[in-house]
Design a protein around this ligand. Structure first.
Ligand SMILES: CC[C@@H](C(=O)O)C(=O)SCCNC(=O)CCNC(=O)[C@H](O)C(C)(C)COP(=O)(O)OP(=O)(O)OC[C@H]1O[C@@H](n2cnc3c(N)ncnc32)[C@H](O)[C@@H]1OP(=O)(O)O
Length: 350
């Protein structure tokens, strides 16, 4: 006969295993958009040059992600797409610490060492995305496209990886700002929409040029643009490829901060500093950062800011949202690599 105590233990252990199973399911469901893309990522990693770097200590609580392919206006090669995805993996691991967010994904194959140590040092709450040498990103690297990606099969792989990476980026409990100097074209404009906020200057040129390539956005930027400016405005922006300027950008709610030319990253940092509550508390206390109370405050504040971002990002983590992205992906795939698209890309002055 089973005793009450044993029955209690049995029930508890069953509940634990049920919750482990459902937690695992939830993790799998939330962590990625298109499942395991390791093979595709490694294929793309072999294509082209450039790099994507991440400085977790750019400023207190704020990291700086930089696209680096300056000879090509920071156009994204396959190698850079893979590196961007690696950085999102790394951040998913970093920000698990202190967030109590066990629902964030952990891509074990790409797990980097000592990520929690990294987070302890900086308590990241924000991330600025920018490009090297005063320009943001001229979209897909067209040299790589012409040599390798201009087929329906490879366009599909690129779209899967980029949609997935940018979706996961948006799910991070970090507030993101795109600091857009110079050009943000095609896929570069899509990248801009993946951030929570946008800082641009009078000389920034954000253009959805996809229609000129006889395609629609393939990196999830169509859905994100609709969410930011509404359907009709998104239709105008994507249908005409007209640039988003400081003036119409503000009116449309697409742009959040205007900076003097060359100052976008600085102004994005100032903008984000308003969310770095622990920094203000620390300064009020004399700023040595060593007393226990201060550290406690810092940790709590980081949790709050990340919690807020989690709350907001989870509104996009549902089947309806994911299905819409899948629909955008399928539409893109029906156009990419077709004659009109191939002709347009081959005739584009890079
Ligand atoms: C799925 C993604 C897909 C999409 O959905 O749209 C894309 O992203 S397709 C790519 C869309 N992007 C473009 O069409 C941009 C094309 N480039 C330009 O219009 C211009 O280069 C520029 C970005 C407006 C800059 O013009 P300018 O200041 O006159 O400089 P150059 O034209 O001389 O460029 C310098 C250098 O950079 C090379 N470059 C620029 N963009 C790309 C690119 N996307 N891919 C590869 N290389 C690019 C350009 O060829 C020049 O190189 P060199 O001639 O060797 O100096």
């Amino acid at each position: 006969m089973i005793s009450i105590l044993n029955l209690h233990k049995l029930v508890n252990s069953s509940l634990n295993s049920i919750s482990t199973i459902s937690k695992t399911r939830i993790i799998r469901k939330l962590s990625s958009l298109h499942g395991n893309l390791t093979g595709i990522r490694e294929e793309l990693r072999k294509l082209g040059h450039g790099s994507v770097t991440f400085d977790p200590k750019y400023s207190r609580g704020i990291g700086l992600l930089t696209l680096q392919n300056p000879e090509r206006h920071n156009a994204l090669s396959g190698k850079m797409m893979a590196e961007l995805s690696d950085i999102v993996d790394k951040l998913e691991n970093v920000v698990k610490f202190n967030t109590n967010d066990n629902l964030n994904s952990v891509n074990n194959e790409n797990k980097l060492n000592n990520v929690n140590e990294l987070d302890k040092e900086n308590n990241l709450i924000g991330i600025i995305v920018t490009g090297s040498r005063n320009t943001f990103c001229s979209g897909l690297d067209l040299s790589v496209a012409k040599d390798h990606i201009l087929t329906p099969e490879n366009g599909k792989k690129m779209s899967l990886l980029m949609q997935d990476t940018l979706f996961r980026f948006g799910q991070l409990p970090l507030i993101s700002v795109a600091a857009v100097e110079g050009h943000a074209l095609g896929g570069g404009a899509e990248l801009v929409t993946a951030c929570d906020f946008r800082c641009i200057s009078e000389t920034s040129k954000i253009r959805f040029v996809q229609v000129k390539m006889s395609v629609i956005p393939g990196w999830g930027g169509g859905k994100r643009l609709i969410d930011i400016v509404g359907g009709v405005n998104a239709l105008k922006i994507m249908g005409t490829s007209d640039p988003i300027t400081t003036q119409n950008g503000l009116e449309l709610g697409f742009v959040d901060v205007i900076a003097p030319h060359g100052e976008c990253v600085n102004r994005a940092r100032e903008f984000l500093n308003r969310y770095v509550y622990f920094s203000e508390r620390d300064e009020r206390k004399g700023g040595n950062g060593n007393d226990d109370n201060t550290n406690e405050n810092r940790i709590n504040s980081v949790k709050v800011v990340r919690g807020l971002k989690l709350l907001i990002s989870r509104t996009k983590n549902n089947e309806e949202y994911k299905n819409f992205l899948l629909y955008e992906h399928e539409l893109f795939c029906s156009l990419w690599g077709q004659k009109e698209n191939v002709d347009a890309v081959l005739n584009t002055r890079k």
